[in-house]
Write a protein that binds this ligand. Structure first.
Ligand code: CP
Ligand code: NVA
Length: 309
């Protein structure tokens, strides 16, 4: 069996993604009431080591992977790329070959998606994408898990993305091809998602639709999703804040979605910028379940990568 990298949802069979989500939901339930440092029954990744490399800042990804690895009975080593020889010009390929001799899997948060692909190609162990300029697949599995926990049927749900058509949005587009939900995306044309990703998804019969306004995208939605207007590495902050102002998730915008609609945001959030405090801190918001579920979803991803699922 070839090694299992977790780089983009579009590349992973829908049945495997379903298996990962099911395991995440079951294992989370089985741990209820236990201390966060307690190891899961059977310690499924006992003896396993994970390397984590960060080229960009992180709170959730960094902590949730390390906690998750511990709960699976394994261990993790974390390094900022700038503290590694990688930051002094050692190649991604040599880094991959060396780390493959030390650890059983590598998680990387990188500026350039191509570097993650190069790392995966040169590594003999599975590589997990912990966010790149292109995508954030771990986040979206946690998001979908959260929606299912709250009784939302993914095959029939209408999800609406508003704001920047960024890395997180791209992974939702990929997920739409696997889980069948309808995805409406409202962005200014300057910040629309990559045309190739949208067309590829539509060619796979995914129900992905682009709109110029937030209002059109959100109309009748079951779930409204926002993210920061300025992502890590974006150089045009002023222009973004200007062009994206009308795409904020306000209480008025939420009124256009279903009365039962839920709100998601991967965090970190900027209250008063891409989302009103009343929305993100209100009863429709699921953002802290979403953040918690990073642990549970990623544990299942790790098990899948290491052929335990
Ligand atoms: N949502 C997310 O990936 O958060 P961090 O940047 O804190 O890891
Ligand atoms: N789009 C954001 C997500 C952060 C988790 C970024 O890339 O900075």
């Amino acid at each position: 069996m070839s090694k299992r990298d977790f780089l983009d949802l579009i590349d992973i069979p829908a049945a495997d993604l379903r298996t990962i989500l099911d395991d995440a939901l079951t294992t989370k339930r089985a741990r209820q009431g236990r201390l966060k440092g307690e190891v899961d029954a059977g310690a499924p990744l006992a003896g396993h080591m994970l390397a984590m490399i960060f080229e960009k800042a992180s709170t959730r990804t960094r902590f949730s992977f390390e906690v998750g690895m511990h709960q699976l009975g394994g261990s993790a080593i974390v390094a900022r790329a700038g503290e590694m020889q990688l930051g002094r010009g050692e190649t991604v390929e040599d880094t991959a070959r060396v780390l493959s001799r030390y650890v059983d899997a590598i998680m990387i948060r990188a500026n350039d998606h191509a570097d993650v692909e190069a790392l995966a190609a040169a590594a003999s162990v599975p590589v997990i994408n912990g966010l790149t300029d292109r995508s954030h697949p771990c986040q979206i599995l946690a998001d979908l898990m959260t929606l299912e926990e709250h009784g939302i049927d993914l095959a029939s749900a209408h999800l609406a993305w508003v704001g920047d058509g960024n890395n997180v949005c791209t992974s939702f587009i990929h997920a739409a091809t696997k889980f069948g939900f309808k995805l409406t995306i409202g962005t200014p044309s300057r910040y629309a998602p990559d045309e190739e990703d949208v067309e590829a998804a539509q060619d796979l019969q995914a129900r992905v639709h682009l709109y110029d306004t937030a209002e059109e995208a959100v109309a009748g939605a079951d779930v409204v999703i926002a993210d920061t207007f300025v992502s890590m590495g974006d150089a045009d902050a002023d222009q973004r804040l200007d062009l994206l102002e009308d795409y904020a998730v306000t209480t008025d915008l939420m009124e256009l979605a279903k009365p039962t609609a839920r709100f998601l945001h991967c965090l970190p959030a900027h209250r008063g910028e891409e989302v009103d405090a009343e929305v993100i801190d209100g009863p429709q918001s699921l953002v802290f379940d979403e953040a918690e579920n990073r642990v549970h979803a990623q544990k299942a991803i790790l098990k899948w990568c290491l052929n335990k699922l």
